[in-house]
Design a protein around this ligand. Structure first.
Ligand code: CA
Length: 221
């Protein structure tokens, strides 16, 4: 899952980026509204964490532009405690949720996971496929009830495929979800992660369509 973080406060931005990476997200961080706009025009994100008070282009203006282009990416806004009017303007401009500064990193991650579930049409807290379950909030994967140890990127890859069962995703699309800017992408990384996931979870879960991409098939009931 790739997240765009837009925050001009260097200390806060740095802390949030580190926290989100720790939670297994790929994070691109921009410090002004214009740079965020450029990023949204060129990259695909699962979610945007958006500060409202930004240089060059305000968070509210960025949001208005985003929704004007019918981009459906979920947006969580960050606002200062004393700016109720800003918060209302942000929600009216199309934000999906908000947090008031200062906030707890765990709460941010919980709200991000809730928004991601909602945007994928998932209402349950745990994704299930056959004997495999994945719980984003606790970062847990189980097979037949047994906890399986996955790396952050293996978890992200499995999460992305489970959120969109039946949809074939190319290697490039999956890389987009796994890596932020400036992160070295090894040429065969997706193949390697898929290989590890198959070893840990069984060979039939992820299907390769040669030359096209990867898919976890929808379950037949
Ligand atoms: Ca700010």
């Amino acid at each position: 899952m790739r997240i765009l973080l837009v925050e001009d406060d260097a200390l806060l931005g740095d802390g949030v980026k580190a926290g989100l990476k720790q939670a297994g997200f790929a994070v691109d961080w921009t410090q002004d509204g214009q740079a965020a706009k450029l990023a949204l025009e060129t990259e695909e994100y699962a979610l945007v964490v958006l500060d409202l008070g930004l240089p060059k282009l305000s968070g509210t203006d960025l949001l208005t532009w985003l929704r004007g282009r019918a981009l459906k990416v979920p947006v969580l806004i960050l606002t200062a405690r004393d700016t109720v009017a800003d918060r209302i303007a942000g929600l009216n401009a199309g934000a999906d949720d908000y947090l008031i500064k200062p906030f707890d990193l765990d709460e941010l991650i919980a709200r991000i996971n809730a928004l991601l579930r909602r945007s994928a049409g998932q209402i349950t807290l745990t994704l299930q496929h056959g004997d495999i379950t994945l719980t984003p909030s606790t970062h847990e994967v189980k097979k037949n009830g047994q906890a399986i140890d996955l790396s952050a990127r293996e978890f992200s890859l499995l999460h992305e495929l489970l959120l969109h069962t039946g949809r074939v995703q190319s290697r490039e699309q999956l890389e987009q979800h796994l890596y932020g800017w400036g992160e070295e992408v090894e040429s065969n990384s997706v193949e390697v992660h898929v290989h590890h996931l198959r070893k840990k979870l069984g060979t039939t879960l992820i299907r390769t369509l040669r030359g096209v991409g990867y898919v976890i098939d929808k379950e037949t009931t």
